[in-house]
Design a protein around this ligand. Structure first.
Ligand SMILES: [Ca+2]
Length: 313
């Protein structure tokens, strides 16, 4: 039996900051489900959630998913520049109807400021994982010192973050295109900035990794299954975001079923196209699967199908 607990390389709960677009695709909900369950088992310490696409029901729908596991106190931040209009988003309103606390977008701090406050207070290094648009991390890196820390954002990340993990890019071709890096001008700018300025190791899980691993679906218990049903994906979706979240939980490429190809990534700020120059000493890496798709599918689906009660501490 595949067991991510046995594969896990980490011994204590690692602080995690989770960024998500929580927008047109419901696999973000599966990613948060995996992180919340890992938090309840003591595998990680989920310190903050940053939402990088904003709609009226963004904050209450994220809050509802956390509340179902008794984790409604995890702080949620928004990138208020990222208001999207005219795009069909199918699950947020439904999930928000389950929010017990009356929480709204107005209750959320700016995401990069939330990240600063969390990182400044940490005695140890955190992992930042983002399965959406990378602009919150850019804002964090570009932030000046403030009441939380005398360090500017780049210095703060350098001292308090061990790795940044992004779902983004397409790395199985010389010049790849993937939505999180090209959808909007700000996303292109942010992806290019991260590749040029990130002071800590940067790991990418690309489009090619998750596209054939189908997980989730309406049979998943709790609000995750409701999100897939509302998204009209009753049989599941490709697993870009849950695979990225699970990699962050396991914390080791080999144990999670990947090989890291190291080097220097770059993104064209005008087009969002990504490219990569291999270098065994490079601080960037993209993940390549070392197992059959069924390995990841089974591991993720087993976590998603476990009801919350089984994750009681
Ligand atoms: Ca996403």
């Amino acid at each position: 039996m595949i067991d991510e607990e046995k594969n896990a390389a980490r011994t204590g709960p690692v602080p995690v900051l989770f960024g998500t677009d929580w927008w047109t695709d419901c696999d973000d909900v599966a990613a948060l489900d995996i992180l919340l369950k890992a938090h309840r088992r003591g595998r990680i310490d989920l310190k903050a959630i940053g939402v990088n696409s904003v709609m009226p029901c963004s904050a209450p729908s994220v809050k509802a998913v956390c509340e179902q596991y008794g984790l409604g106190s995890i702080p949620i931040g928004l990138d208020r520049r990222a208001v999207r209009r005219g795009v069909l988003c199918l699950y947020q309103k439904k999930l928000a109807s389950f929010c017990k606390s009356g929480f709204t977008n107005a209750d959320c701090p700016e995401a990069f400021k939330l990240y600063r406050s969390v990182l400044a207070a940490l005695p140890e290094r955190a992992v930042i994982v983002d399965v959406g648009f990378p602009q919150i991390i850019m804002e964090l890196l570009q932030s000046p010192s403030d009441a939380y820390s005398d360090l500017n954002g780049t210095e703060l990340v350098k001292s308090k973050v061990s790795e940044i993990v992004l779902m983004g890019g397409r790395w199985d071709r010389k010049s790849g295109m993937e939505y999180n890096f090209f959808a909007y001008p700000l996303n292109r700018t942010a992806a290019a900035y991260l590749c040029g300025h990130c002071p800590v190791p940067l790991t990418f899980l690309g489009y090619e990794v998750g596209k054939d691993v189908v997980t989730g679906g309406k049979a998943v218990p709790g609000l995750t299954g409701i999100a897939y049903a509302a998204h009209r994906s009753p049989k599941g979706r490709p697993s870009w975001d849950p695979m990225t979240a699970l990699y962050a939980v396991v914390g080791d490429a080999e144990a999670a079923g990947y090989q890291k190809v190291r080097g220097k990534a770059s993104v064209n700020p005008r087009t969002g196209r990504n490219s990569f120059r291999p270098d065994p000493n490079g601080s960037h890496a993209y993940l390549v699967k070392t197992k059959e798709d069924g390995f990841y599918q089974e591991m993720i689906q087993r976590i998603l199908m476990a009801p919350a009660e089984e994750n009681d501490e």
